[in-house]
Design a protein around this ligand. Structure first.
Ligand code: AMP
Length: 222
């Protein structure tokens, strides 16, 4: 059996990493793991973890590393992650990246940074809609639902995330530059980082992401 494949999708909030991670995961058959989705699930199920994470999320801050690491490592032990997975929104600190490296000993790891300038982010996020049932991401302008408030994929309820309010987005961007940008450097210095221009059309971003995958992953999926 070949080594598990782990793709790490990075980018500022609103860069498109969630949307693209879903598309790439469907295309190459790896599980899509979003730590933000896992936290939102815990919050809607009113778990202890959800209660502890809620305040940090709503104020645009990162949830403390130890809570994230336990939750993530627990999730990637599930059978659907055995051949590999795409990480969306993790790691977000160098401590998380180091813990992941230790954990992934022997895996084939590929990191990608989807780049979008800060000026574009606030507008992009202002119209973002999320499905309560399937996690699908739409946009009032760029990917409007056929029926207002109804997910085009599963007919679930679309809503706007509380932390997508413009003031909170500014805080999230500051957190991104301070704590997550060094994670991009971490993977660059290890020679496993691809950079993709997130200002292209969603289809072109997707094509660039697929083209940038390690050659051995592409060979194996043919
Ligand atoms: P996202 O859906 O990826 O934008 O994440 C939403 C929020 O969840 C973030 O603003 C953080 O508060 C929290 N979160 C998600 N992933 C992480 C992580 N890897 N480390 C710390 N906090 C996280």
């Amino acid at each position: 059996m070949s080594a598990p494949k782990v793709a790490i999708f990075m980018g500022a909030p609103g860069a498109g990493k969630g949307t693209q991670a879903v598309r790439v995961s469907e295309s190459i058959g790896l599980a899509h793991i979003s730590t933000g989705d896992l936290f939102r699930e815990n919050i809607s199920n009113d778990t202890d973890l959800g209660k502890r994470a809620k305040g940090f999320m709503e104020s645009g801050q990162l949830v403390p590393d130890e809570l994230v690491l336990d939750m993530l490592f627990d999730r990637v032990q599930q059978p659907d992650c055995q051949s590999g997975y795409i990480l969306d929104g993790f790691p977000r600190t160098v401590v998380q990246a180091e813990a992941l490296t230790e954990r992934l000993n022997g895996a084939s790891v590929h990191a990608v940074d989807i780049q979008v300038p800060d000026e574009v982010i606030v507008d992009r996020i202002a119209g973002r809609l999320l499905c309560r049932s399937c996690g699908n991401i739409q946009h009032t302008e760029f990917d409007p639902p056929e029926t207002e408030g109804v997910c085009s994929k599963c007919s679930g309820e679309l809503y706007q995330r509380k932390d997508d309010a413009p003031d909170t987005v500014k805080d999230r961007l500051a957190v991104y530059h301070e704590q997550t940008a060094p994670v991009v450097d971490y993977y660059h210095s290890r020679g496993i980082l691809a950079r993709v221009d997130g200002m292209q059309s969603p289809d072109s971003v997707f094509q660039s992401l697929i083209q940038g995958l390690p050659e051995e992953w592409k060979r194996e999926s043919v």
